[in-house]
Unconditional design. Structure first.
Length: 342
């Protein structure tokens, strides 16, 4: 590109970061709309609406969640109780949810009603459903991180059992498998490539999108191993791929040249060193993982571009109760719901 990358000479200071939302529960995924409103996944079984002026309202069916559950029961074992993870907004303003706790794909209506879309694939349980993504052809792509229970066992395993699926007029099916901890997915602007986070393998991969929702020509994008566990990601309009490193709690960007730029480092050095040591030896435990986090967005899990100009960046997290945000020197990629909301 002839124009210099806007991230090359830009510095984000922690003093430039503000917060929106309060008393949130596991705001793992955030959807922004043009008027400044936000929708965040919420551990109470739905999504939290956060208006641009800070007013909040929980959109969820009645949820008899056991408030006394420990961190390990709720977030590690993560089974048997609703735990919305990835979100996608439909053209009608409803939400497609990958429910991490119930291992299924749901639709949450604007009225707060849950419809179970799928709770199995090929006659078998899904595993840990993670993230849904719509495309311009009306299809819904989704990821499943692992079939192992608890999911943390998959990090220590050499087995890559994550996969990508698609839902279209022909039903539901798996289109790519043998992925190491499949997490978020994103398309490039022309929907020619589908990018996927492989959290356990600490890398970003991508596939060429073929006819009839097929994927082929898999390749690694960027370093073969990042310095932490990638979780969520988003493109900006220059082509940089912004990536959160969960537990390490760093925000990085992979440039079009596939170099890495560090945007924000909120890591705990000693806890991260211990995390990496046990990752290498395949001896990670939930307590080591839980301890490794920063202060701004503990277990930084996702990144969303919003604001009317798409230059406001919001950070989702698994252990946070509020949402950090800051201004970017470049706009984010316009997602499919953006124009539908105008």
């Amino acid at each position: 590109m002839d124009v210099q990358n806007p991230l090359k000479n830009w510095t984000l200071n922690k003093e430039d970061i503000a917060f929106i939302g309060q008393d949130l529960q596991r705001p793992e995924c955030i959807i922004a709309v043009p008027n400044g409103d936000l929708w965040a996944a919420d551990a109470r079984g739905g999504v939290m609406y956060i208006a641009a002026d800070g007013i909040q309202k929980l959109l969820a069916p009645e949820n008899k969640m056991n408030q006394e559950n420990s961190f390990e029961d709720r977030y590690v074992k993560s089974q048997g109780e609703s735990l919305p993870n990835g979100l996608a907004m439909t053209k009608d303003g409803d939400f497609i949810i990958c429910n991490w706790g119930l291992d299924r794909i749901e639709k949450l209506t604007k009225e707060g009603e849950i419809e179970v879309l799928f709770d199995e694939i090929n006659g078998q349980p899904f595993g840990k459903t993670n993230f849904p993504l719509r495309d311009r052809k009306g299809r819904v792509w989704f990821t499943v991180t692992t079939k192992m229970q608890p999911w943390t066992e998959s990090i220590n395993s050499e087995q890559h059992d994550g996969y990508i699926g698609v839902i279209d007029e022909n039903g539901i099916r798996i289109v790519a498998d043998q992925l190491g901890g499949t997490n978020e997915i994103r398309f490039d602007d022309n929907e020619e490539w589908l990018y996927v986070v492989e959290s356990n393998a600490r890398r970003i991969s991508r596939f060429k999108v073929g006819e009839n929702a097929t994927l082929h020509s898999r390749e690694i994008y960027g370093p073969s191993e990042l310095e932490g566990f990638p979780d969520g990601f988003a493109f900006d309009s220059y082509g940089n791929l912004w990536v959160t490193l969960i537990m390490t709690d760093k925000l990085i960007a992979i440039t079009p040249e596939q170099d890495v730029i560090t945007i924000l480092d909120d890591s705990n050095f000693e806890a991260t060193q211990l995390l990496n040591k046990h990752y290498k030896s395949k001896t990670l435990t939930p307590d080591i993982m839980q301890a490794a986090h920063g202060e701004l967005a503990p277990w930084m899990a996702s990144i969303t571009f919003g604001g009317a100009d798409l230059k406001t960046v919001y950070l989702g997290s698994l252990q946070g109760t509020t949402i950090p945000y800051f201004r970017s020197p470049i706009a984010g990629q316009k997602l499919i719901h953006w124009d539908e909301c105008k």
